[in-house]
Ligand binder design. Structure first.
Ligand code: ADP
Ligand code: MG
Length: 339
């Protein structure tokens, strides 16, 4: 009998895990922005070059990391956000898997600078393809900066698979907008190839939406509000006359996290029944707060899908809340003269 099973070395395991977490530069943007939010930053800067292919950098003024944590954060399953399995049911952070930084560092050149407020000096680490290149003490501002260069340098197939800069840039904007919409109280700035693309001062949800999607959005928005035992709903939907031909600005946030849900989308479309021309798509920005123990976020590595305990009740509440709001604003059905 000969045994042939071996445990994979860490750098290989990390590279495999990275395949799930990091699909494109936008995935790096999402993970770094969410880490900055989790670190309670009030100011977050996103700097990219060549649609993220050459550089993705996120600078925050959050909690920073100790010398030990600065090194440990690149290990797989290393996280400060949960300690035991039960914590998965009371999540208040974006992260919890402890996989993002290990994955990113496995397939890119990463430079990190971090300093905690109470410390005199910070830590400067360079790590490339899971290998620590250097670690120094450095004079730094409070907070953390991650620079990610040469993404997929050691996975040519992935690198070649990247789409045009226009497409990759669009994905990055999507991720940026989702995080910025979920956290209106945080100041976000975004630079691409040296130009300022967004500068979003701290504000409320309505103002944040307007700052991202232009001033004209303001008159289109109808507020939605509902509070029940299983969900608190806040946000805005667009008046039916502003519906668009294509699906555009449609956002659900559950406990401050952007999620995709065909099922909840259907509930919204139900609320617009009889108000829209065939195929027209409303805009919506809906913020749902639910008790953390009534959802499961751990069903997909990118965490954009959620399992709800009581999906049917949520559907009904959402549909009626939106319908009520549309009704309150005296919106008459559209008469479709085209037919
Ligand atoms: P997760 O977010 O799931 O915990 P990550 O790999 O994204 O896993 O990050 C690992 C750990 O590194 C985090 O739990 C956190 O303690 C620390 N960390 C990451 N980014 C930051 C940051 N911007 N500021 C402070 N700490 C950070
Ligand atoms: Mg994270």
């Amino acid at each position: 009998m000969s045994s042939i099973i071996q445990l994979l070395p860490d750098h290989v395991a990390n590279q495999i895990a990275a395949g799930e977490v990091v699909q494109r530069p936008a995935s790096v943007v999402k993970e770094l922005l969410e880490n900055a939010v989790d670190a309670r930053a009030t100011d977050i800067k996103l700097i990219i070059k060549d649609a993220g292919k050459s550089l993705v950098q996120v600078i925050d003024n959050g909690l920073g990391m100790s010398v030990t944590d600065a090194r440990l954060c690149f290990e797989r399953h290393a996280t400060s956000k949960i300690r035991q399995a039960e914590d998965l049911f009371s999540l208040h952070t974006k992260g919890f898997r402890g996989e993002a930084l290990a994955s990113i560092a496995a397939i890119a050149h990463v430079e990190m600078k971090t300093k905690q407020d109470q410390e005199e000096l910070g830590t400067h680490i360079i790590i490339e393809g899971s290998k620590f290149v250097s670690q120094d003490v450095a004079v730094l501002p409070k907070g953390t900066s991650f620079s990610v260069k040469n993404l997929f340098f050691n996975i040519p197939a992935r690198r070649n698979f990247l789409k045009s800069e226009v497409v990759e840039y669009r994905h990055i904007v999507d991720e940026f907008q989702r995080v910025a919409l979920a956290h209106a109280n945080i100041h976000f700035t975004f630079y691409h190839n040296g130009s300022e693309m967004f500068n979003l001062p701290p504000s409320n949800f309505r103002q944040r939406i307007v700052n991202i999607f232009s001033g004209k959005t303001n008159e289109k928005l109808v507020p939605v509000q509902e509070e029940t035992e299983i969900v608190e709903i806040k946000g805005f939907v667009s008046k039916p006359e502003f519906a668009k031909k294509s699906r555009g600005e449609q956002f659900f946030f559950v406990n401050d996290r952007f999620i995709k849900s065909g099922y909840l989308h259907h509930a919204i479309m139900g609320a617009y029944e009889g108000l829209l021309k065939d195929g027209a798509q409303p805009s919506y920005f809906l913020y749902l707060q639910v008790p953390p123990n009534t959802i499961d976020i751990n069903i997909h590595p990118t965490k954009t899908e959620i399992k709800f305990d009581d999906e049917h009740a949520l559907y009904a509440i959402l549909r009626s809340a939106v319908k009520h709001s549309l009704g309150q604003f005296n919106i008459a059905p559209v008469l479709d003269f085209d037919r």
